[in-house]
Structure formats: structure tokens, C-alpha cells
Design a binder for this molecule. Structure first.
Ligand code: FEO
Ligand code: CA
Ligand code: CA
Length: 672
């Protein structure tokens, strides 16, 4: 068995993505298979042959999948478009695109206009940056008016501050004083560009969508007061100087994908949050080390080094400075890595960190359709190399009349194990289960949840190739997850669920639960191996073609008609280069879940990823996010003012993340 350790350079990693931090001895399937094969006297190296055989023609379809006859395929009626490397958005003939709510659009307060010189406080009344997961909450069932709620994953400071102009800054760079400290207002602006935007929008007479000033409009940021709920609340793990009782914290970070609860609230995921923290303690335990925090005086944006002494900044240094945890911010990182529940219809309500859904690099969360009298079930992936897929099952049954977030505070968190024969099992991460006992280092449920990754290591979960978004097929209940890539999986470490070494292109896995979504067993198969014309495989066993090649699947959504929308996030560090050149800019495609047919629907501008997709209830308006256009701008080009993208304004404008509003010229259903 191998251990993976940090300390190497991975060129495919995007900015902010976590370094490797899974040191567990969990078996890779490769090890298991190899052992089984050598017991049978077969030569080492035969594993590759076995996997090649599995993948040669068709995926091994399980009976659970073959038995899905009688369910109708969705119509996918548009003419697929070609890949593109242009600095523009392309959609099929007959479709229209409006660029909407770019970073800095005013939504509240005194409606501060977008300007590079806008202040930190102005940013608190404007749409944040780096748009990601998103949902449309219709007002009174309307398809022309509702609340658009969207995450803002991170920021690119060089494109945010007037003071950055002319400096040699790459996509990680930010203006600093000579001593390394940072301008406090710049830090506030960056904090306020994180989080979530809630904005009322409507379709005007002309058909164009517009922002409506409204009391429901709200910004949730890296500073917003939040309640900690569930088994970790009020424990020693989350006691800080700000909240000596361990009931509250401030802010949410790196909100990637999202989820929508059956009771119609919004969940924002906290993904690559650990990079924001400095910690100068010599000994850092698993509750931080297993999440990538190492002894260091640096944070992603050096927020802890603002040039104004205030705990709103210094809390990002988790060093032990006081007499106890209630005197400093050594526990501040324990307040991150959760799913955050927000009620968009209650603007005064504090967001709630729901700790029973586990602590990791949550990409997002997807709920199974709620059934009256049955438990609530939610799936969530941990997006880092060799991390896991989880699900939460509530203790209390769903009752539509009374359901609320308290259902997420009591239940069981499970982690997935994908067996090589196409079966799978959910392993409970609960006290006394699978050896999660004090003797083995897991004191209680709060300990297990704060150290979710360590608990999952211990029970022997399957190490996956970066689990990203999930989606549930409304007709079959099959659950799909994107596995975006993993170039650190070595030969011999492949397994049937993650079958490629040096997995540059990623794949999509799906499973069918045995019985209900709350059950502990499932059957799985692979929906598609993404890739180019040679190194790819669709459900029919064919290679992808001009209409369907893609890499690094990330965003995923299945619409009410069962169209599987796939969004790509080839890292800005490699896009349009080498083996990735053939894919052009990041894109969105549509797949048929029955036949596996895939067609390209949209291509985005230069340097961005396409992420976040939802339609209005009538499916006649689709919202899609474009994140980090221009991220491929080099430091030298930035200094010269020559950005790789000027989208969406064009000309010499700075690039800005924004939302696309997509409609059909004939007013029809998107994708049909
Ligand atoms: Fe934020 Fe895993 O993408
Ligand atoms: Ca993502
Ligand atoms: Ca991604």
C-alpha cells in the first residue's frame, strides 16, 4: 500500500484547490484486486489488463440499471455546437444569451455603482465575485420573477482593486505593503465579495431580466454572524473568543456548489476553506492537518495581516495565543468545512452551520426527493484528491407541513465504499460503528464530525478522484456524481470506480440505492469517462466525438425532464494547452441518462469555468454562471493591462464573473 504525502507540485491543480492531505492507509481497489489476483497465482500487472477488459467495450451494467426500462428519455433537440477558444459565449442556433449581474452589480443599501475604486463597504451592497452554485426561488410560483441565490467561491484581488493596476500580479496575487501587511479596506472588500448573494430578479417587458430593489436582497459574506447547530455546537471544538459557548461564528468561505432543501431553503457548501488560515503552532492535530492546514504564517490572501488591528482579521491566524481556546482563535478553522443553511425568504435570519452533514471540503449537497414519513437524505462530495462521497440520513421523518433545518441536526452520516463487483455500501460514521470508539481515537459524535475525514479513513471508505457535484434522476432515483480529475492516482492504484491512472480528464459515476435512498447498500456503474477522441468512453462503449468531447466534469444538474447538464472546469493552469487544447474553453453539455448520448450546448469565454445552472419552473429561462474569466492572464500581461479576457463588457474592460440568462427565440423549453 502507498501513502500519498504533500510536497509535490501538481500542474493540474486550480487556484485554491487543496494539496493532498489524505495520509491514510486505506486500500486502493488496486491493492485489493492485486492481492486477490496474486492469490490466484496471476502475474503482477494483470490488474491493468482486468481494468482494460472492463472498459474495452461496455461498462458492466448492473441489473439495477438494466431494469430501468419503461422510463422515457428526455428530448434533446438542439444542434450541438463546436468547441471554442474565443472570448465569448456560444449557444446553439435558436438560443439567446443575456449577460446578467456581473461582479459589483448593486443590489442593496444606497445601491453603490460598480467601480474598481468601490470600497469594502460598497462591496457589501453589491453582487460578489466568482459566481458558482445557484438556485432560482420563484415568487408565488412565477417563472418571470423570483430570488436568484448564488455562491461566490473566491476572489481574484488583482481584478478588484484600483491599487492593483500596473502591478505584476498573477491570479493568486494581491497588493501588499512592503512589510507584507495588507490594506484593511481591500481585505474587507475581498471578504464581502465572498459568500452568497440573494437578489430579486424579474423578466421585463422586453424579455430582458433585471434586478429589483427589494427588502429580500441580501449579501452574506465572510463576516456575517452565523449560528452553529447540530452535534458540534456548544462543544469545546468550536469555542472561540468570539463565542466562548461555541454557538456562533462569523462568515462562510469558498462557497462552491449548493443544495436546496425539501423545505425550500438554500445550503451553501464550504469547499477550499483551509487555505485561508495561518497557524504558527508547532503541533497541529488532525482536526486541521487532515484538512491541509500546516504550520505557516501565510493564508491564501493574508487577511490576518490587515493593517488595522481587529479580530475580524486576526481570527484567520489560528495560532494558540491566549490562555485558553476562549481567549483566541485556535478553533476558528473548526467553524469551517460545513454546509450552511440560509433561508432566502427570511432576511433577518442568521445562516446556520449544520454540523451533522460532516466537515470536509464540501463541494455541494444534493437531496433525494423527499417522501412524506421517510427520512431526509442528502449526498455530498469532498473535493480533494483521494477523498470521499458521503450521505446524511435524518433520524426524524420528513413531514411537509412542519419540515425545517432541525431535521439536519439529528441522523447518521455515512461514507461510500464502492466494491469492485459493482456493489456498494454506506458505512455509518457514528460512535461505536465500524470501530469508531474512544479506544480508536474517536471520543464521541462531535469528534467524529469535526474529524470526518479521519473517521472515513478509519472505516475504509473508497478514495475517489475528486468528487464534485451530485444530481438525482427524478424518474429512477439514480444518483450521479462528477469526479473531476486526479493526476496523482498512480498505476496500480486504479479501481473499477476510479479506473484510470493519471486521470487527467475525469469521469461520472452513478448508483442506484437498494430499496430507498436511506438504505445502506447500492449498485453502481460508470456513466462516462470524459476525455478526448481517443481517451474517453460513453455509455454505449464508444469514444466521445466532436459533439461531445469534454474534460474535468464539475457542475451537474438533472432537470425535471431528466436532461443531465454537465459543466466543465479544466483548470486555468492547463486550459487550452497540451492535451487540453482540443477541448477549448470550459463548456456545458447535455446527456441523455438512458442512451448516454452527449451534446455540447454552450461554450464560455477565455480563462473561466462554467458552473451553476438552474431554470425557472417553466424551464423556459436558464441561468448559468461564468466564473473567473481572464484567470489565464499572466503576471506580466496583467502589469501591462493586457488581460486574456475582457468578458463580459469587451473592449479593454477587466474580466468579471457573471450570470448568463439563456432563452429560446421560440420561447421553448431549454435543451428540448
Ligand atoms: Fe469549487 Fe470543486 O470546485
Ligand atoms: Ca466546482
Ligand atoms: Ca472544480
Amino acid at each position: 500500500m502507498k501513502r500519498h504525502v504533500s510536497g509535490y507540485v501538481d500542474t493540474i491543480l486550480a487556484e485554491g484547490d487543496e494539496p493532498l492531505s489524505n495520509p491514510s492507509n486505506n486500500a486502493y481497489f488496486g491493492d485489493i484486486l492485486e492481492k486477490r489476483l496474486s492469490r490466484r497465482g496471476m502475474l503482477k500487472g494483470s490488474l491493468a489488463t482486468v481494468i482494460a477488459g472492463l472498459m474495452a467495450t461496455k461498462f458492466p451494467l448492473n441489473s439495477a440499471f438494466a431494469a430501468q426500462g419503461g422510463v422515457s428519455s428526455p428530448s434533446i433537440g438542439f444542434a450541438p455546437i463546436a468547441v471554442s477558444a474565443a472570448d465569448s459565449v456560444t449557444v446553439p442556433d435558436g438560443y439567446r444569451v443575456q449577460n446578467f449581474i456581473p461582479w459589483g452589480t448593486p443590489i442593496g443599501g444606497d445601491m453603490p455603482a460598480f467601480a474598481l475604486g468601490a470600497s469594502g463597504d460598497d462591496q457589501g451592497n453589491q453582487v460578489g465575485s466568482h459566481h458558482d452554485g445557484m438556485h432560482f426561488f420563484p415568487l408565488e410560483g412565477s417563472s418571470t420573477e423570483g430570488l436568484l441565490v448564488l455562491n461566490h467561491e473566491y476572489v481574484e484581488p488583482r481584478f478588484m482593486h484600483a491599487a492593483a493596476s500596473g502591478l505584476s500580479l498573477d491570479r493568486n496575487g494581491f497588493p501588499q505593503h512592503e512589510d507584507g501587511s495588507r490594506d484593511a479596506d481591500q481585505v474587507i472588500k475581498e471578504m464581502n465579495a465572498h459568500g452568497v448573494t440573494i437578489v430579486r430578479v424579474r423578466q421585463g417587458e422586453s424579455g430582458e431580466w433585471e434586478v429589483v430593489q427589494d427588502a429580500l436582497n441580501r449579501r452574506i459574506t465572510a463576516q456575517t454572524a452565523m449560528r452553529i447547530s447540530g452535534p458540534v455546537a456548544e462543544t469545546d471544538y468550536v469555542k472561540t473568543k468570539y463565542s466562548p459557548e461555541g454557538t456562533m461564528t462569523r462568515g462562510t468561505l469558498n462557497n462552491c456548489a449548493h443544495g436546496v432543501t425539501p423545505w425550500n431553503t438554500y445550503l451553501a457548501a464550504e469547499e477550499n476553506w483551509s487555505g485561508y488560515f495561518a497557524n504558527q503552532d508547532a503541533d497541529i492535530d488532525r482536526s486541521q492537518a487532515r484538512y491541509g492546514i500546516q504550520t505557516r504564517d501565510t493564508g491564501r490572501y493574508q487577511w490576518h495581516r490587515a493593517d488595522r488591528d481587529d479580530e475580524m482579521f486576526t481570527r484567520f491566524d489560528a495560532s494558540s495565543k491566549g490562555a485558553s481556546a476562549a481567549d483566541d482563535y485556535r478553533n476558528e478553522p473548526h467553524a469551517f468545512g460545513w454546509m450552511v443553511e440560509i433561508d432566502p425568504m427570511a432576511p433577518e435570519s442568521a445562516p446556520v452551520k449544520r454540523t451533522h452533514l460532516g466537515r470536509f471540503a464540501h463541494e455541494g449537497v444534493i437531496f433525494a426527493p423527499a417522501i412524506e414519513g421517510q427520512p431526509v437524505v442528502a449526498y455530498s462530495g469532498d473535493d480533494a484528491r483521494f477523498e470521499y462521497i458521503y450521505k446524511f440520513v435524518s433520524s426524524q421523518p420528513y413531514q411537509a407541513a412542519t419540515a425545517d433545518g432541525s431535521l439536519l441536526d439529528e441522523g447518521t452520516l455515512y461514507v461510500a465504499k464502492f466494491n469492485e463487483d459493482g456493489s456498494g455500501e454506506w458505512l455509518a460514521l457514528a460512535p461505536g460503528q465500524h470501530g469508531l470508539t474512544p479506544d480508536n481515537g474517536f471520543v464521541d459524535l462531535a469528534d467524529i464530525l469535526v474529524n470526518t475525514r479521519s473517521a472515513a479513513d478509519f472505516v475504509g471508505a473508497t478514495k475517489m478522484d475528486r468528487p464534485e457535484w451530485g444530481a438525482v434522476d427524478p424518474a429512477t432515483g439514480q444518483v450521479y456524481f462528477t469526479l473531476t480529475n486526479n493526476t496523482q492516482r498512480e498505476e496500480g492504484d486504479e479501481d473499477p470506480a476510479n479506473p484510470r491512472a493519471n486521470n487527467s480528464f475525469g469521469h461520472i459515476i452513478r448508483w442506484q440505492e437498494a430499496g430507498s435512498h436511506a438504505g445502506e447498500r447500492f449498485e453502481w456503474d460508470l456513466f462516462v469517462l470524459a476525455g478526448d477522441h481517443q481517451d474517453s468512453r460513453d455509455l454505449a462503449g464508444d469514444s466521445l466525438d466532436d459533439e461531445s468531447i469534454f474534460a474535468s466534469p464539475d457542475g451537474l444538474w438533472i432537470d425535471p425532464d431528466r436532461r443531465v447538464w454537465i459543466q466543465t472546469d479544466i483548470s486555468e493552469s492547463v486550459m487550452n494547452e497540451g492535451i487540453f487544447e482540443v477541448f477549448g474553453n470550459n463548456q456545458m453539455l447535455v446527456a441523455n441518462p438512458e442512451t448516454g448520448e452527449i451534446k455540447r450546448f454552450l461554450t464560455g469565454p477565455i480563462g473561466q469555468e462554467i458552473t451553476g445552472v438552474i431554470t425557472t419552473p417553466d424551464q423556459r429561462t436558464m441561468f448559468v454562471n461564468v466564473q473567473h474569466p481572464g484567470a489565464t492572464t499572466t503576471a506580466e500581461a496583467f502589469a501591462n493591462g493586457s488581460f486574456s479576457s475582457h468578458w463580459p463588457e469587451g473592449g479593454s474592460a477587466i474580466p468579471r464573473s457573471a450570470t448568463l440568462v439563456i432563452t429560446r427565440e421560440d420561447g421553448g423549453v431549454i435543451g428540448a
